[in-house]
Design a protein around this ligand. Structure first.
Ligand code: LLP
Length: 419
C-alpha cells in the first residue's frame, strides 16, 4: 500500500497532513508510516506461511528503536552488523535467538558480546574470522553457531557500491574455497556449523540474480552433503529492490515463491530452514524526508531550489547518484521550471534531486519520497548540522520516535585544550 497520498490538495502520511507535522516538529524531518512497514512485513510472512522460515529485518536500513519494536512485535528476526545494532535489537524488545550477526569485520569485543547475548548465528566471512570465533568461544566456555557466507559470483545488476556477490567484492568466501572452509569449521572444537549464507547486493529489481545465487548455493550444499557436512539452514540474504521511479521489482511474494519453487525441486530442499535478511523492501517506501525550500536561485540558465535538508540528512543521491521522487506537499498552480533540489552543505555533491519540473516558491514544503531505508541510518553531522527529527504516523496518531538533535549535543563529547 502507499501510505503517502494526496487528500484535498495536500500530501498526507496515513491520516496526518505532512504540513501539520512540519509545523509541529520542524524540518528536515523523516516521517514513516507504521502501516506501510507492517504491511510490507506481513506480505513476506504471509508468503512464507507453512514453511520453516525466519525473515530477518536488516537493521542497517533503518535502526530506529520504534521500527525495531514494531517488527519485534510481528515476531521478526533481525540481521545485525555491529554490537551497536545488537544492543538496539535488545533495547527494542527483539530476541537475540532470532538474530543473525553479519559483517566482514566483527571485532573480538563484538563477538564476545554476541556470544553472551546468544545470537542465533554468526555469518562468518573468512577463515581468519572462523579461527578467532573458535578461540573466543573456547575462552568463554561456549559454542558458537556459524554459517559461512559464500560469494556466489553472481552479478546483481545493481550499483557497484551496493553489489556484493561478485568475486572482486570483499564479501564472502570464494566458491572454490568453500569446502575447505567448512572442513576447517567442522574441525574447530568450539563451533557448531549450522548454515550457509549469501547476500549478492541491494536494490535488485529482477528475480534472476536471486535464483542464480540460490542455484549456486544449492550446488555447494550438495557438495557439502557429499562430504558428510549437513546444514540446518540456508540464508539467502536481502536485496529485494523497491520502486523509486519506474523500476518494477518482483513483488515480495513473487520472490519468496520463486525461492520455494526452486527448493521444492531439490531432493533435500525441504530439510532446510530458510532465512532472509531484508532491509530496504520493508522500510524503503514507508518513509519520506520532509524539507522546506529556503531560497530559489538562478545561476545563468540553471535554477536551484535550496532546501533545508542536505547530503548529511540523505546521502544516497550524493553517494550513488540515487533518484528519489520529490513531491511538493501542497502543489501550487502556476508556471513550472526545471530545478535542481540542493542542500545547504558546502559541497557541489550536495544535491537531493536534479532537473525536476516543479512549480516552487520560497517556504514551500517538499517530500523526498522513498526515504525510509538508508536515509536517517546513513545521516551524519557534517557541517555541524543536527540530525533530523523522526516521526512515525499510525492512522491519526503521531509518535515522535527521535528528537531533533541539539547543536550542543554535537560537541558535548569534545574537549578544549588545557590552559
Ligand atoms: N544482508 C547483508 C549481509 C547486507 O549487507 C545487506 C545490505 C542486507 C542484508 C540488506 O539489504 P537490503 O534488503 O536492504 O537490500 N546504503 C545502500 C544500501 C547498502 C546495502 C548494504 N547491505 C543504499 O542506500 O542503497
Amino acid at each position: 500500500m502507499n501510505a503517502f497520498l494526496f487528500r484535498d490538495g495536500q500530501l498526507y502520511a496515513e491520516d496526518v497532513a505532512l504540513e501539520a507535522l512540519a509545523a509541529r516538529f520542524g524540518t528536515p524531518c523523516y516521517v514513516y508510516s507504521r502501516r506501510a512497514i507492517t504491511d510490507a512485513w506481513r506480505e513476506f510472512s504471509a508468503a512464507c506461511a507453512g514453511r520453516r522460515v525466519l525473515v530477518c529485518y536488516a537493521l542497517k536500513a533503518n535502526s530506529n528503536l520504534a521500527v525495531i519494536d514494531l517488527l519485534a512485535r510481528e515476531q521478526a528476526g533481525f540481521d545485525i552488523v555491529s554490537a551497536g545494532e545488537l544492543r538496539r535489537v535488545l533495547a527494542a524488545g527483539g530476541s537475540a535467538a532470532r538474530t543473525v550477526f553479519s559483517g566482514v569485520g566483527k571485532s573480538s569485543a563484538e563477538i564476545r558480546e554476541a556470544l553472551t547475548a546468544g545470537v542465533r548465528c554468526f555469518n562468518v566471512e573468512s577463515q581468519a574470522e572462523l579461527e578467532r570465533l573458535d578461540q573466543i568461544a573456547g575462552e568463554m566456555g561456549r559454542r558458537a553457531p556459524v554459517s559461512l557466507r559464500v560469494n556466489p559470483d553472481v552479478d546483481a545488476g545493481t550499483h557497484p557500491y551496493i553489489s556484493t556477490g561478485l568475486r572482486e567484492n570483499k564479501f564472502g568466501i570464494p566458491h572454490e574455497d568453500v569446502l575447505a572452509a567448512y572442513q576447517r569449521a567442522c574441525a574447530l572444537p568450539h563451533l557448531d556449523v549450522v548454515g550457509i549464507d549469501c547476500h549478492i547486493g541491494s536494490q535488485i529489481t529482477s528475480l534472476e540474480p536471486f535464483t542464480a545465487a540460490l542455484d549456486k548455493v544449492l550446488e555447494l550444499v550438495d557438495r557439502l552433503h557429499e562430504a558428510g557436512i549437513e546444514l540446518h539452514h540456508i540464508d539467502l540474504g536481502g536485496g529485494l529492490g523497491i520502486s523509486y521511479d519506474n523500476e518494477t521489482p518482483p513483488s515480495r511474494a513473487a520472490l519468496i515463491n520463486a525461492v520455494f519453487n526452486r527448493l521444492d525441486a531439490h531432493p533435500r530442499g525441504a530439510r532446510y530452514e530458510i532465512l532472509f535478511e531484508f532491509g530496504r523492501s520493508i522500510v524503503g517506501n514507508a518513509g519520506v524526508l520532509l524539507t522546506r525550500v529556503e531560497y530559489l536561485k538562478r545561476n545563468g540558465e540553471h535554477r536551484f531550489a535550496i532546501v533545508d535538508a542536505g547530503m548529511n540528512d540523505l546521502m544516497r543521491p550524493a553517494l550513488y547518484e540515487a533518484w528519489h521522487g520529490v513531491q511538493p506537499v501542497r502543489p501550487r498552480e502556476g508556471e513550472s521550471a526545471q530545478f535542481d533540489i540542493v542542500g545547504p552543505v558546502c559541497e557541489s555533491g550536495d544535491w537531493l534531486a536534479r532537473g525536476r519540473q516543479l512549480c516552487l516558491a520560497e517556504g514551500d514544503l517538499l517530500a523526498v519520497m522513498s526515504a525510509g531505508a538508508y536515509g536517517m541510518a546513513m545521516s551524519s553531522n557534517y557541517n555541524t548540522r543536527p540530525r533530523a527529527a523522526e516521526v512515525l504516523v499510525d492512522g491519526e496518531r503521531i509518535h515522535l520516535i527521535r528528537e531533533r538533535e541539539s547543536i550542543e549535543s554535537l560537541f558535548a563529547l569534545e574537549h578544549r585544550l588545557p590552559d
